[in-house]
Each structure stands twice: as C-alpha cells, then as structure tokens.
Design a protein around this ligand. Structure first.
Ligand SMILES: Cc1cc2nc3c(=O)[nH]c(=O)nc-3n(C[C@H](O)[C@H](O)[C@H](O)COP(=O)(O)O)c2cc1C
Length: 359
C-alpha cells in the first residue's frame, strides 16, 4: 500500500488521501460592489477541477477576515453572508467528489492593500481600491511599502473577534477545516517575529508576548469551531535571518503550544517576513522544517514547497517526515496530479462516473 493514498483522520474528519492543495490566492474576486470578496466562476472552476482530479483536501486561498485584512482588493473574504452563500456552491461540489474543503483565514497586516501579483504586486493607494495597512509596529515591510499604523490593544481584540466571526461563517459555508494563516509575513507572523514586532506592551518582547496574539486567535477560533472538526495553522518555520528573526527552534516550541490550544496540524512553510533574504530553494527545500516538528513533537504536520514528483512525495510520507504533502504550483499545472500518482503507485482511487471510460 502506498503512503500517499492512505486516509488520514483528524478529529471526526477523514481525508481520503495525503495529496493536498495548499492555499493559493487567485486575486479574482470583485474589488467593489455587492459581490466584493465573494468567489465567482473562476474560483468554482479552479477548485472543482482539483477535486475531480482526486485531491484529498483543498485549502481555499487566503480569505480575509475583514476588508482591511485582505492582501489585495481582489481577495476572497468571509466577513458577510453573501460571501458565505457563494462559498457554499464550491464546498458542496468538493464534498460531492469526496474532497475535504478547508479554508485559510487571513489578515494581511502590513502586507495588505497590494496589487495582484501578475501586475507587480505593488502597494495600492485609495485611488486603486487600496487602504492604510495595520501592523504590530509602525515598520514598513520594505522600501516602497507604506509605514503601517501600529495597532492599539482595542484593535487587536477586534481582529481576534473577526477571526472568530469568519470561522463561524466558514462553518456556515460548508467548510470542514479552518486553517489560520500564521505565515509569510502577514499579521500573525508579524506579531510572532521580533523582526517585525517591536512592541513594548503585552504583545511584544518575550516569546510569550509575541505569541500571545496568535494564541488568542487560535483560542477564539477554537471556541466557535466545532469540537469534531480539525483546526490547522500555517507557519513560516524560519524568517531565514541570521539573527533577530523567528527561528526553527521557536517553531518547535510553538508547535507544542498550538497543540495545547487545540490545533490539529501544522502546515509548515517558511519566509515572507523579511525582504532580500537568501532562501535555498530546491526540490522539497522546506520538508526538513516539517520533519523536525514531526520528530520533536506529537503534532501532525504537512510539508510544502517544490514537491512535484510521485516518488518524492511518497518518500516524504514513507520516511515519516510529514503526514501529508501539499502541492501548489504543480497542481496549477496539473489538476489531475493525484490520479496520475495513484496510477503510478498502482492504487485504485474512485473516478467520477462521468469519467469511467478513462480508467
Ligand atoms: C499563485 C500562488 C498563490 C499563493 N497564495 C497563498 C495563500 O493564499 N496563502 C498561503 O499561505 N500561501 C500561498 N501561496 C504559497 C503556496 O501555498 C505554497 O506554499 C508555495 O507555492 C510553495 O509550494 P509549491 O512549490 O508546491 O508551489 C501561494 C503560492 C502561489 C504560487
């Protein structure tokens, strides 16, 4: 039996295999009007194609818990009921194919209000649907980025509440799993890392203070998210800084804290909080960070980053380096990756009736 096609049960949810799709922004929602932040035809086609392709779990892209929390004005959101209804169409279809629907809830912090990546991703002003970003400290991400407004403790509490409200809506929208976006230099990561968090109050300074906001979000989401449904957390395991950043040691320690607060799986990415760092990319380059959390804690982990080949993915799981693999750009290239991998590994996976003649 292959490892890739073993089901995985977390709480009461069984994911049919270990080939998963990570969150990937499509920047394709309306930036204004009644359908702002609601998934449309592009999103339906994009996500449902990977479901018919046999992907075991799909994490829908970074979805803003508030308009200010979006990376771009074109992001999805879960701050109103129109958005909930629009998501239901996607989750219903994913469930009909046996794919578990998950959604990544996000606040972009100081990296909010930027353009779509394919037009350069530059910060946007109010003339182009932009807004003033918020962050733990008034430190710009990079040259050319605006200096964000430092959050008051009252505003921090409001954002914690927004994550909980968005999780309630995610449930109404039919999602089985919520992933909290704690990676890539967005708001939660900005609090975690001493590189971006220079606060001197209860939310900055010590490890306990820097992790406070993340754990408040986890607690608030866990309080409204049903006991029987899993909660994931995506982390950047390192800032790739020689000093003054979040480190793999911090990640291992924090994984234990997250598990104690009800997180069921750590989705292990890296980077995004410090521009200009050298990242040694290559096949499976982030797997060692997931493997370390797996080896040193009891929290299940998913590995991501340049995992593209069947044998490579199978080996990561068989070696016990991770409990699941996430394939991003490879699934953009090939929505049927899971079916091809199953065939290579001699596995029988259910095929949609409509495609039975392709067997
Ligand atoms: C188009 C695109 C959009 C992305 N959007 C998100 C996102 O919304 N949230 C997130 O955590 N990561 C995002 N990522 C990162 C991916 O989830 C993934 O971690 C990364 O692409 C590395 O995996 P890969 O080498 O298999 O593509 C995005 C990546 C791409 C290519």
């Amino acid at each position: 039996m292959s490892a890739l096609f073993q089901p995985l049960t977390l709480r009461d949810v069984t994911i049919p295999n270990r080939v998963w799709m990570p969150p990937m922004c499509q920047y394709s929602a309306a930036p204004e009007g009644p359908l702002t932040g609601a998934p449309g035809d592009w999103h339906f086609s994009h996500y449902t194609a990977r479901a018919t392709g046999g992907t075991g779990l799909i994490v829908v892209e970074a979805t803003g818990v508030s308009p200010q929390g979006r990376i771009s004005p074109y992001d999805l959101g879960l701050w109103n009921d129109t958005q909930v209804e629009a998501f239901r169409r996607i989750t219903r279809f994913l469930a009909s194919q046996g794919t578990v629907p998950a959604v990544q809830l996000a606040h972009a912090g100081r990296k909010a209000s930027t353009d779509r990546t394919w037009t350069g991703g530059a910060p946007l002003g109010p003339d182009a649907y932009g807004w003033q970003p918020l962050a733990p400290s008034a430190l710009a991400f990079d040259a050319g980025h605006p200096v964000p407004t430092e959050l008051t403790t009252g505003q921090i509490a409001e954002i914690v509440g927004e994550f909980a409200d968005a999780a309630r809506r995610a449930l109404a929208a039919g999602f089985e799993i919520v992933e909290i976006h704690g990676a890539h230099g967005y708001l939660i990561h900005e609090f975690l890392s001493p590189h971006s968090n220079h606060r001197t109050d209860a939310y900055g300074g010590s490890y306990e203070n820097r992790t406070r906001f993340a754990l408040e979000v986890v607690d608030a989401v866990r309080a409204v998210w049903p006991e029987e449904k899993p909660l994931f957390f995506r982390i950047s395991a390192t800032d790739w800084l020689d000093e003054g950043g979040w480190t793999p040691d911090d990640t291992v320690r924090f994984a234990r804290d997250l598990q104690a607060h009800g997180v069921d799986l750590l989705d292990v990415s890296t980077g995004g909080n410090a521009p200009g760092v050298r990242i040694p990319t290559g096949p499976g380059y982030q797997v060692p960070f997931a493997a370390r959390v797996k080896a040193e804690t009891t929290l299940p982990v998913a590995a991501v980053g340049l995992i593209t080949e069947t044998e490579q993915a199978e080996k990561i799981l068989a070696n016990g380096e991770a409990d699941a693999v996430l394939l991003g750009r490879e699934l953009l290239r090939n929505p049927f990756w899971a079916r091809h991998a199953a065939r290579r590994l001699g596995e029988e996976v259910p095929v949609p009736d409509q495609y039975h003649r392709s067997m």
